[in-house]
Design a protein around this ligand. Sequence first.
Ligand SMILES: [Zn+2]
Length: 314
Amino acid sequence: MTQSRLPQLVERFDGFSYGYRLNCECGRATSLSAADYFAEGNQAHMDCEHCERSIHFGPLVAALRDEQDPALDDNVVGQLAWYHTSTWSDWPSPDYVSRTGPQFRVALERFGLGSTHDLSQHTTKTLHLGTYEAAIENMLRRMHDQADGDSRFYLYRVALSLDPTRINEGYRDENAEKAADLTVGDLQAAGLDAVRYLNVYESMGSLSLAVTPEVIIGIQCIPIPIEDLAALLPPDPFMEQKEALDAEAVEWSDAAELISTIDPIERRRMRLGLRPDPEGLIQRAEERELRRYALWHDFEDILAQYYPPPTSHP
Ligand SMILES: [Zn+2]
């Protein structure tokens, strides 16, 4: 798995509770919450905020979600952290062609295309990058739609070195022109290293990039699901307190055993100072009692942090 030291990258975690903006025939977009989008009320029709028309909403009319999206700035695109998910543990592998070539050959021959078909069309596809949310949603879509439910995935965080003058102007609308089929040759012919496009499938309304492999200067990768989750988790928050209480319990039982050998009336007299206590037994027992109380108090404090009492409503 490739791991490189990445330059400082700009993160932008939008989260998954975003709404949508949808295009009307009048040329302007109207906002809709995710809840309303998925409820598909009025047979997925909504009023346009700008004209009398009604918008039949869905991916086909998806608009750019944030008109101030930082990825619109040619000088910023290359400073952002970009993400990709794949079932390949060494994406983007330099031996991709040699490994997938034979599979493509078999498929092409089955369709009677055989050796006449230009294999490079498939093997020189551009690499696709998106926001963190788009990458995660891509993984979930593949698990759902493409029988990858049991596959191991890899989440890649990617650093780019981009010439701001070799990025397409504005963004391509995936509804109008499919970005998935862009080849490295297409980009080269257009004098570009990256094509910015509106993603209408994952994190709908976000901007993604199709790039030539050469602009990728660093990659970090984590497998999903993480194999040894326990190693990544913070230690048990109660461990220290539990150990202290256990140690104290041992001390306490030793002291209690000693004290039990002394007659109860003698013990009371010793506590009141009416009898000598040469080994300081009674004092030690009282100290233990205080220590036990303090430990239990700390333990309760920690418990309260992790399990706060339910908020009371007036
Ligand atoms: Zn309208």
